[in-house]
Structures are given as structure tokens and as C-alpha cells.
Ligand binder design. Structure first.
Ligand code: NAD
Ligand code: MG
Length: 347
């Protein structure tokens, strides 16, 4: 077992907050990541200004949390570090209209995902630093962990180092949002983007749902009841993934029956066989050569026709109806969680 990481991991001791203490950070967007970065930085003593559209429904939330709110353009003009946390699909537009005209030499352009930089949808001038601090979790956990004096692991990458300080600034930003408490892992924009797109397409979002649907349909088409098929192919997935999350495949295999272990070991690679592996290679190639990015950008420019159609088909799959009915039987589970959360702590 490898006892050392293959990449560099930074912690609070490696960071120097001086690189951000005297800076003004503009956080553009107050959504999942935006609210967490803005509030955490603010509470870490960094000067934060939030950039939101005039009609943004988040304006009140940000102001009542004690943050200064202005327009994206004004925020970018005031800032030394501009953190772009609006949705990836609107970033090029926000960049062109609000950020680019307000960038000064030596400013830092900061992202939480590298898509627009890596695929040249945003082309920053040469005299600014371009960094990425990408927490490996949704924003509400970045916020909650910070409030509990814990951290959320993050990735750190430098795309462009105009000042010579880009890496230090990025690490100080990561520390400011609490991520250096947990560990900040060095990567590149290319690695972050390509591995992220591949992972969500091949395994996490695309691969898993497709595997579940094929399993469910195989049982139902062969006369098994949809309820039983749902439990076997979807509901129990959580139990398996929880074990994998806690202790890897080893803990999962140790926890299931010997029959499940033998059957899984002997049949798993027959189901997800070399053909699937070849499909994965093609999926990765389309990410690497920009085919997927061009497709997704064109899809957005056309008003998302295929996306809408695919989404509707997914929502109308039988498994959704069965699931809705069955999950109602588990309403007690939610109530128990709620009661546990509200109960006074023991200590
Ligand atoms: P989000 O959709 O939760 O929030 C986006 C915010 O931008 C909202 O406050 C919205 O009101 C605002 N906004 C939308 N359009 C705008 C416009 N035209 N002008 C100004 N503001 C606008 O987004 P998010 O999920 O926090 O994603 C932000 C970035 O963080 C993305 O680059 C994403 O890839 C990255 N990221 C997200 C997660 C996650 O778990 N959500 C994790 C890691 C990285
Ligand atoms: Mg992702």
C-alpha cells in the first residue's frame, strides 16, 4: 500500500495568508460555491465584495449575512482577486461584459472549475494570474465544515503566473475558505477538467444511472415486479456505495455475503466488459480532443434542444414512478433523521 501521495498536498502550515490579507476579493455569484467562499473568506478576515445582478434573488441573503454587494462589474473593478462562481455556461458572458474591462495587471482571476479556461472560452490577458481552487464537495458542505472548524479538501491549480505569486495567492485563498485545514491537492487545469468530465460521464452520473436502468429493465422485462427491481438495482446501491466510501472495495466485499462476493467477482467483469472499457476510452478521447466541449457549447447556443429531450425521457422512465411510490414508504426514515438532528446533544 502506498503510504505517500503521488502529488503534493498542502495544509494550513504551508499557506501564507499575507498573500490575500491585504487584497479585495470579488466573489461573482452567490450560489452553491459563491455563498460558501464569500462567507468563509469574510470570516477569515479577508475583504470581500459580492458581485450580483441587480435583480438577483440572492442579494438580500448576502447583505443580511453582512457582506457588501454590488454589480459584477463594480466588484471586479474594486478587486485584486476575482473569483468567478457563476454557472460555467454563463461565465464567458459575465467575463466579457463585467470582468475583462475591469482587470488590472497583476490581478488574479480565480475559478472553481477549469472548463472555460481549458477550452478557451475565456482567454485572459497575459498580465493577470489565473488560478483554480476547486473544493471537492458542494458549497453547503464547504460552508458547514468551515463553521465547525473543519475543512473540505480542494484542488489547486495555476494556469498562468504573471506575478510569480499565483501559487501563493491560490493557496492563501484555499486557506481562507477553510480547505487547507483538510488538504489542498496540487493539479493542473487540464487534469481537473478532463478527469472531472470523464468521471461524471463514464462513472458517476452517466455510467451509474445507465447501469441501474439496464439492471432494472432486465428484471422487469423478465417478469419480476418493478418494486423488487427498484429495491435491488437502485435502493440498495446506497448501502453498497456507503461501504465503498468508508473503506474502499475491500470493506464492501467484506461486508456482503460470501455468495454476493463470489457472484460479484465472477460476473462483474463479464457485465462491464472490455467493450465498456473501449467505450470509456472513446468518451475520454472526446473530452481530451474537445469534441464534448464543442458539442455542449453548441447545445447551449442552440437553446438546449437535445438536453431538454434527454432530460424529459429520463424523468419519464418507469423507474421514477416506482421510486416515488416506494420512497413514500420510507417517510419514517426522514422523520427519524429530523428527530435525531433536533435532539439535544449528549455532551
Ligand atoms: P450555482 O448555480 O449554485 O450558482 C450560481 C450563482 O450565479 C447564483 O447565485 C446565480 O444567481 C448567479 N448567476 C447566474 N447567472 C448569472 C449572471 N448572468 N450574472 C451574474 N450572476 C449570475 O453555481 P455553482 O454550482 O456554485 O458553480 C459555480 C462554480 O463552481 C462553477 O464553475 C462550478 O463548476 C464550480 N463548482 C461547483 C461545485 C458544486 O458542487 N456546486 C463544486 C466544485 C466546483
Ligand atoms: Mg464535478
Amino acid at each position: 500500500m502506498a503510504d505517500e501521495f503521488t502529488t503534493t498536498v498542502y495544509y494550513d502550515d504551508d499557506a501564507n495568508s499575507a498573500h490575500i490579507d491585504d487584497e479585495t476579493v470579488a466573489v461573482l455569484g452567490f450560489g452553491s460555491q459563491g455563498h460558501a467562499h464569500a462567507l468563509n473568506l469574510h470570516e477569515s478576515g479577508v475583504d470581500v465584495v459580492v458581485g450580483l445582478r441587480e435583480d438577483s434573488s440572492s442579494r438580500e441573503d448576502a447583505e443580511s449575512a453582512g457582506l457588501t454587494v454590488t454589480t459584477p462589474a463594480e466588484a471586479a473593478a474594486q478587486a485584486d482577486v476575482v473569483s468567478v462562481l457563476v454557472p460555467d455556461t454563463v461565465q464567458p458572458d459575465v467575463y466579457e461584459n463585467a470582468v475583462e474591462p475591469n482587470l488590472d495587471a497583476g490581478d488574479t482571476l480565480q475559478f472553481a472549475h477549469g472548463f472555460n479556461i481549458h477550452y478557451n472560452q475565456i482567454e485572459p490577458p497575459e498580465d493577470v494570474d489565473v488560478t483554480m481552487v476547486a473544493p471537492k464537495s458542494p458549497g453547503h458542505l464547504v460552508r458547514r465544515n468551515y463553521e465547525r472548524d473543519q475543512g473540505t479538501p480542494a484542488l489547486l491549480a495555476v494556469y498562468q503566473d504573471a506575478t510569480g505569486d499565483a501559487h501563493d495567492t491560490g493557496l492563501a485563498y484555499a486557506q481562507g475558505i477553510g480547505c487547507a485545514r483538510a488538504g489542498v491537492i496540487e493539479t493542473s487545469f487540464q487534469e481537473e477538467v478532463e478527469s472531472d468530465l470523464f468521471g461524471e460521464q463514464a462513472v458517476l452520473c452517466g455510467g451509474v444511472t445507465s447501469l441501474v436502468k439496464h439492471g432494472y429493465e432486465t428484471l422487469v422485462d423478465n417478469g419480476y415486479s418493478p418494486e423488487i427491481a427498484y429495491f435491488e438495482c437502485l435502493n440498495e446501491l446506497k448501502l453498497i456505495v456507503d461501504l465503498m466510501y468508508e473503506g474502499g472495495h475491500a470493506e464492501m466485499w467484506n461486508s456482503v455475503s460470501d455468495t454476493a462476493e463470489y457472484g460479484g467477482l465472477v460476473r462483474g467483469d463479464e457485465i462491464v466488459d472490455d467493450h465498456v472499457r473501449e467505450n470509456m476510452e472513446e468518451t475520454l478521447e472526446a473530452v481530451q480532443d474537445g469534441t464534448f466541449a464543442r458539442e455542449w457549447i453548441a447545445e447551449n447556443q442552440a437553446g438546449r434542444p437535445s438536453y431538454t429531450q434527454l432530460r424529459d425521457a429520463e424523468m419519464n422512465h418507469d423507474i421514477e414512478d416506482v421510486g416515488e411510490r416506494l420512497r413514500a414508504l420510507f417517510a419514517w426514515a426522514d422523520e427519524n433523521d429530523q428527530a435525531a438532528a433536533e435532539a439535544p446533544a449528549d455532551d
